[in-house]
Design a protein around this ligand. Structure first.
Ligand SMILES: [Zn+2]
Length: 116
């Protein structure tokens, strides 16, 4: 026969759900299954809190964002940030090449107009 949950135990479970079932079970002297069942009944998640796992990169949804880095301050993980920088460098290189071609074409036009 299952021991009923006291108001204090339920409050503890609500406050510490993100600690996980093992830690709560040890603290309350209940089985992990009992903790899981009660958490389910109360609609509580026993998974670690988002801030414990770190903020996930919105671009890849795989790696954490480290706010102490330049990548992190731009809201991305290091890998996605570096890829973005690579894309920007490629874009800039293409712009420079396009500009050079445009300059050459204008010189050609100018020569053509002067009959050369
Ligand atoms: Zn990422």
């Amino acid at each position: 026969m299952a021991r009923p949950w006291s108001r204090e135990e339920v409050a503890y479970l609500r406050d510490h759900a993100h600690d996980g079932s093992a830690a709560i079970a040890a603290k309350l002297g209940r089985s992990r299954q009992a903790v899981k069942n009660k958490a389910c009944e109360l609609g509580l998640s026993l998974l670690p809190a988002a801030h414990d796992r770190g903020e996930l990169c919105p671009a890849c949804a795989m790696r954490e964002v480290d706010r102490s880095t330049v990548a992190g301050r731009n809201g991305l993980c290091k890998v996605c940030y570096t890829y973005r920088q690579a894309d920007r460098a490629r874009q800039r290189a293409a712009e420079i090449r396009a500009q050079r071609e445009y300059d050459a074409a204008r010189q050609d036009l100018s020569r053509a107009r002067r009959g050369r």
